[in-house]
Design a protein around this ligand. Structure first.
Ligand SMILES: Cc1cc2nc3c(=O)[nH]c(=O)nc-3n(C[C@H](O)[C@H](O)[C@H](O)COP(=O)(O)OP(=O)(O)OC[C@H]3O[C@@H](n4cnc5c(N)ncnc54)[C@H](O)[C@@H]3O)c2cc1C
Length: 451
């Protein structure tokens, strides 16, 4: 569909997991929705291919019909001295105890097809900009969620590389970490974003447990991220390195440069056979902790990586992308226009911003103190310590405290989460995030005891 102008209720830009789930839910409800992506599916995407428990719960519920995944349970964390801790996978009240390994080529193509089969109009083109039209753009100072929605009669025009355009009452920006929608609608301050960059490759390897490796870049100085090796459904392990770079995107190459030595480290740890090295590599940006991004501006709603919803502690983003896609669709269905942004913003404030904002501050602190971080990694992965902390650690860093299984581990994780939230509440980053979201005061659903 090139050089054509189309008018729809909702334009979803980007058909990763977030955009496809949003478009699918809207189309199933009878909304006229266009799903735009520059890529043709199936397409590859740099990822560790691991879908966490909340993502699986959502996929089970919306039922796109996935079956080629490899179910996974516990996860090993290996420290700089080789100490290993196993983080247990435990079912909670609203999620199961498993994760899935499923290559993104398959996951994304299945979700894309599911949206098309549900009635979404597929547009294969590159979006070059989005223009908010009508009386109120609702962005900029004082334009956060809860202070300004789009006025009746407003909407947005999505401009396509092929020369055509899409006019829509609502635009859902699901075009990933370097979102054109967010940039062109003035919703991102790239110098305030918490960036990460990660590179992965595939190789033949039998992997007993999915493993995350915390390592030093020099003795006693932590690498600002981690490496991983995850088993795959087809006998191909997914191996990669991710680095947190703060607001400096030039530092992204550190992950790519580290991959070779990480592969050598895996060989010395006996996790892979050195003869396997050398597959194709693919890298990508991660936007974490909701930093530097205003997720709603009038009729434009950002979801997934475009909104910066990647977990700052462990890099998970597929589940958040799909959950935010579902939440944005549900907001549009409930309020059909001006109130959708407010509803979606409230969902973000209740379910994402507390964890995202506080762990963004923690990640910044750890990255800026590589010696202390190395010592911490060694202590946490020292088996006598790690074994005791593992159940609570698994809940906290996977953001599974709310809705988590009752018991001592959840209680401990809840205390840690509360202490970190309280301790970071006054930080500039958190205050700025709260201003952009206008979090509801004293809302009981923001308490870690409720989900
Ligand atoms: C190396 C790496 C490893 C990772 N490992 C994991 C993991 O194991 N588990 C996990 O949960 N998360 C992981 N993540 C994070 C995860 O990949 C993202 O959080 C997730 O893909 C976000 O989904 P999304 O739908 O928001 O965006 P994306 O999946 O990035 O999809 C965006 C879509 O928008 C399209 N698009 C972009 N720009 C335009 C444009 N201008 N016009 C039209 N279309 C456009 C793209 O083609 C793409 O299809 C990893 C990330 C990286 C980089």
């Amino acid at each position: 569909m090139r050089n054509r102008d189309l008018r729809v209720d909702v334009a979803v830009v980007g058909s990763g997991p977030g955009g496809s789930v949003a478009a699918c839910q809207l189309a199933r409800a009878g909304v006229e929705v266009a799903l735009v992506d520059k890529a043709r599916f199936p397409r590859d995407k740099a990822c560790g291919d691991l879908i966490g428990p909340r993502g699986i719960e959502l996929l089970d519920r919306i039922g796109p019909g996935l079956d080629d995944f490899l179910p996974l349970g516990d996860m090993a964390v290996i420290g700089p001295r080789g100490g290993t801790v196993v983080l247990p996978a435990v079912a909670g009240r609203d999620f199961g105890g498993a994760a899935w390994a499923l290559p993104r080529r398959q996951l994304d193509a299945t979700l894309h097809k599911s949206a098309a089969d549900s009635g979404a109009e597929i547009v294969n083109d590159r979006v070059v900009g989005v223009e908010i039209v009508g009386a109120t753009s609702g962005r900029g100072a004082g334009g956060g969620v809860g202070t300004a929605g789009s006025a009746p009669g407003t909407g947005a025009v999505v401009h396509l590389d092929g020369g055509g355009s899409l006019s829509a009452r609502t635009v859902i920006g699901a075009d990933g970490a370097t979102s054109v929608v967010a940039a062109s609608a003035g919703m991102v301050r790239t110098d305030r974003v918490l960036w990460g960059f990660a590179v992965r490759t595939y190789l033949h390897a039998e992997v007993e447990l999915p493993s995350i490796v915390l390592f030093d870049r020099q003795p006693g100085i932590a690498f600002p991220g981690y490496g991983w090796i995850f088993p795959g459904p087809d006998g191909m392990a997914n191996v990669g390195v991710g680095a947190a770079t703060g607001c400096d995107r030039r530092a992204g190459s550190i992950a790519a440069r580290q991959l070779d030595s990480f592969l050598r480290l895996l060989t010395t740890l006996d996790l892979i056979d050195g003869s396997e090295l050398g597959g194709r590599r693919l890298g990508g940006w991660l936007k974490m902790g909701m930093m530097g991004t205003t997720p709603v501006a009038g009729p434009v709603l950002l979801i997934g990586d475009a909104a910066g919803l990647v977990n700052p502690l462990q890099g998970e983003g597929i589940a958040q992308a799909m959950m935010s896609g579902e939440a944005a669709a549900s907001a549009v269905l409930t309020s059909c226009g001006p109130g959708a942004g407010r509803l979606y913003g409230r969902w973000l404030a209740r379910h994402q911003s507390g964890y995202q904002g506080s762990t963004a501050v923690v990640q910044n602190l750890l990255r800026q103190r590589p010696k202390a971080t190395s010592r911490l990694a060694r202590a946490l992965t020292w088996p006598p310590v790690g074994k005791r902390l593992a159940p609570a650690w698994a809940l906290y860093w996977n953001d599974l405290v709310m809705g988590g299984p009752p018991g001592a581990a959840r209680q401990a994780a809840w205390l840690v989460s509360g202490a970190i939230r309280a301790g970071t509440a006054g930080s500039g980053d958190r205050r700025s995030l709260a201003r952009r979201l206008v979090e509801p005061p004293n809302d009981p659903t923001t308490s870690p005891t409720r989900r």
